[in-house]
Design a protein around this ligand. Sequence first.
Ligand code: 5GP
Length: 230
Amino acid sequence: MASPTASELSSLGSSTSRSGKTPVFVVTGTSGAGKGTLEKALLTQMPDLELAVSATTRGRREGEENGREYWFITAEDFAEKVAAGDFLEYVDFPWGQRSGTLRSEIDRIQTEGRIPLLDLEPQGALEVKRSVPGAVTIFVEAPSFAENERRLRERATESEGEIEERLDLAREQLSQAGEFDYLVVNDDVDRALTELEEIVNKELSASMSRPWSTHASTSCLNKSRSDTPW
Ligand code: 5GP
């Protein structure tokens, strides 16, 4: 099924024209479920989607670029942004890392008539579901916990202690899977990607026919603006 383009969405009479805003898609799941791989493929398949780049205090992994995977900032900068209200939501991980969604990223993507895609852990995803009208939340899980663990270890980007912490958290997060709009089992990347695309297309088509109030302007994103460089 062909998806409506962002410009088609923006030109709609009732659902988005007053705000020029498009819906927000949130992909969540456990660390190691393989959502990053799926998202990269989805972004290639659907060029109207754009990843909202989070800010994080964690160190940069090999191959990552500032402004592409994350904005890599210091703990001090992160705390300042929290105090300034620059984050739509943020998370404090048990291993000391902080990551958050910048309101300015979502604003920028929507103002450009594109569709924001957020990659968040489940608590942040639930926060967005609560605070952003019309947000669509998709929980991605590995076919089994053992497979989740295998993928996390194969990635080998964390220390053994941090892998254990990520696995403990994953056990907890899996119990929340039912709270999201969709559940996608990442048993096979191509199959899961097709399912994801179908969800996005379906929701974009539905957003075109919904009354404006359902996909209301994400004005809650504008609560506080600051002169961040991005
Ligand atoms: P990683 O450190 O492996 O890049 O990410 C760890 C987890 O943090 C992933 O599950 C990812 O979805 C989540 N994450 C990344 N950015 C954000 C954010 O801005 N907010 C929240 N709540 N989670 C995030």
